[in-house]
Design a protein around this ligand. Structure first.
Ligand SMILES: NC(=O)C1=CN([C@@H]2O[C@H](COP(=O)(O)OP(=O)(O)OC[C@H]3O[C@@H](n4cnc5c(N)ncnc54)[C@H](OP(=O)(O)O)[C@@H]3O)[C@@H](O)[C@H]2O)C=CC1
Ligand SMILES: O=C1O[C@H](COP(=O)(O)O)[C@@H](O)[C@H](O)[C@H]1O
Length: 519
């Protein structure tokens, strides 16, 4: 491993003075997609403004979207193409995620933008989209390829999919057609199955791309690179060497004005069912036979199926729920969850969950995986920590600590290994030290997960998108937790002050011989 800042891939620079990222473009230029139209349903929404449009702009500016590309925004508000152009440029200027534009780039990007509006339950809006695809073909030549991105409230996923189907827009005879679906994919096992069935009445599974933006994070992909690109880790990756694994996704943010959504979702649907179970699956899965969508998704499903089920009766033994009360964060007083605008009085919605997963397969028998995530914790940090067994014999003073291999997903992306070393002096006294690899050693700006995933979908690469059966398994795993959380007596919450690491019950869950890492 190298120290921070020491490794520079040969011939690669960091961001140029003009904000262009030659390293990123050089890495990916061999993968230009065919001419295509990106159709964003819900193009005026928060996600489109803050994340999607900046991601598309970054890809386009880096020359990664091919020579012929355009965007059709679709919404319910009436707007001209010109008005949509103004909206998009304003979104790009105000989003923190937008790459620095090269001179004239924003005006050129504006020329790619079109807009249609209508009622997503009727037919007219889809025939307007059809005309946009015809117009793009006249301009681009070639086939009528289209990526439909559903960035709307989840209640519209099914009507839009059906509307596209009625007008024949899922038919691939004139070009490829793909459907990207935002999260949440359903609100429980039953609704996810219904949504899958409705989608499959129109689309083949190979056309469907369910987004989980954690899979687009560079450091999540690095987990696979480190596991399967090195000889030293895999022999240790099992019950013989590993004591337990901790997966933490801590957020310092509270609701950020999303009470309407969060009151319905809660932390189990918002983070555990998708992002955390995906991190778990990538950590625990068997090596895939190939680095492709089918092989990786097969392995993820296998390990999700191997997790011991958590029916309601086991929940108290393996999980702890929390909700934040008023507290202090970064020296400022912050309100409790129930005091946030839009939250019901006495709301029982959990904002923190910790859970112990047991994996009933040969590799992991007896190795618990502890997952925790919550809002209004002391800091934003996502980490996967593989905690090894203690040495069998304490030969030296202080020499019985567990080694830890930690993948820092965000921020300060990197990987560290904690081990014991002799401390200087006459005595054989050991101290814990850390060897640290920082991702910024590569000198490249990390790509936004949405850029990565959008480009993959344009290229037809579904490796980083959860498949139908993965989503189903994940819902099965959390069903008991959801049922139990819904029955939480309101007087049990709040049970952790904002700005602390969650409820005491989460500490009891991992203890007494183990404790959560101090991050
Ligand atoms: N925002 C975020 O950070 C994240 C969002 N997501 C998911 O992305 C999707 C979009 O989220 P977000 O952008 O926040 O949502 P918004 O509520 O901001 O808006 C989404 C879009 O859908 C349109 N819309 C809303 N209701 C209707 C309706 N009844 N008929 C037609 N159009 C409608 C909105 O139009 P109008 O502008 O007119 O209101 C807007 O264009 C959701 O599924 C969400 O769960 C996932 C992860 C993070
Ligand atoms: O999907 C979601 O993720 C974010 C956290 O994402 P991150 O990339 O910032 O770690 C979370 O805040 C949000 O509630 C959830 O819907």
């Amino acid at each position: 491993m190298t120290a921070a800042g020491k490794t520079q891939p040969p011939g690669e620079d960091a961001l140029g003075a003009d904000g262009h990222n030659p390293f990123r473009a050089a890495m990916r230029r061999s993968r230009a997609p065919e001419p295509a139209t990106l159709v964003i349903f819900g193009a005026t929404g928060d996600l489109a403004r803050r994340k999607l449009l900046p991601a598309v702009f970054g890809l386009w500016q880096d020359g990664l979207l091919g020579s012929a590309f355009n965007i059709v925004g679709v919404g319910r508000q009436e707007m001209t193409d010109e008005g949509f152009g103004d909206f998009v440029l304003e979104a790009l200027r105000s989003s923190k995620e937008t790459d620095a534009p090269q001179p004239g780039a924003l005006e050129k990007f504006r020329e790619l933008l079109y807009y249609e509006h209508g009622d997503f339950g009727g037919d007219e809006v889809y025939s307007l989209v059809q005309k946009e695809l015809d117009r793009a073909q006249d301009a681009h030549g070639g086939r009528k390829n289209a990526l439909f991105y559903l960035s709307t409230p989840p209640s519209l996923f099914e009507p839009i999919s059906a509307g596209l189907g009625r007008l024949g827009l899922a038919d691939e005879s004139e070009g490829w057609r793909r459907l990207v679906i935002e999260k949440p994919f359903g609100r429980d096992l039953g609704s996810a199955r219904e949504l899958n069935a409705a989608i499959h009445r129109v689309w083949d599974e190979s056309q469907v791309y369910r987004i989980d933006h954690y899979l687009g994070k560079e450091t999540v992909q690095n987990l696979m690179a480190i596991r399967f690109g090195n000889a030293i880790f895999e022999p240790l990756w099992n019950r013989a060497m590993i004591d337990h694994v901790q997966i933490t996704a801590a957020e310092d943010l509270g609701l950020e004005g999303r009470a309407g959504y969060y009151e319905e979702a809660g932390v189990i649907r918002d983070m555990l069912q998708n992002h955390l179970l995906q991190l778990f699956a990538l950590t625990a899965m068997e090596p895939p036979v190939a680095f492709d969508a089918g092989a990786i998704r097969d392995e993820k499903v296998k390990v999700l199926r191997a997790v011991r089920p958590i029916p309601q009766g086991r929940v108290a033994e393996v999980a702890a729920f929390g909700q934040y009360g008023p507290g202090t964060l970064y020296g400022e007083a912050v309100p409790g969850y129930r005091e946030e605008p839009g939250v019901r009085e006495g709301s029982p919605t959990p904002t923190h969950v910790a859970v112990r997963l047991e994996v009933d397969n040969w590799r992991w028998q007896g190795v618990p995986f502890f997952l925790r995530t919550g809002k209004r914790l002391p800091k934003k940090v996502t980490e996967i920590a593989v905690v090894f067994k203690r040495p069998p014999l304490g030969m030296f003073p202080g020499g019985t600590e567990r080694n830890v291999l930690a993948f820092r997903i965000q921020p300060d992306e990197g990987v560290s290994l904690k081990f014991s070393s002799k401390s200087p002096g006459q005595e054989m006294v050991l101290r814990e030290v850390v060897m640290d690899f920082r991702y910024d050693a590569f000198g490249a700006q990390l790509e936004s997960p949405y850029s990565r995933l959008l480009l993959d979908a344009m290229l037809g690469d579904a490796t980083l998108f959860p498949r139908e059966d993965e989503v189903d398994c994940a819902w099965q795993l959390v069903s008991g937790l959801l049922e139990r959380a819904e029955d939480t007596p309101p007087q049990e919450f709040p049970n952790y002050p904002a700005g602390t690491w969650g409820p005491e019950a989460a500490d009891r869950l991992i203890g007494p011989d183990r404790r959560w890492r101090r991050l």
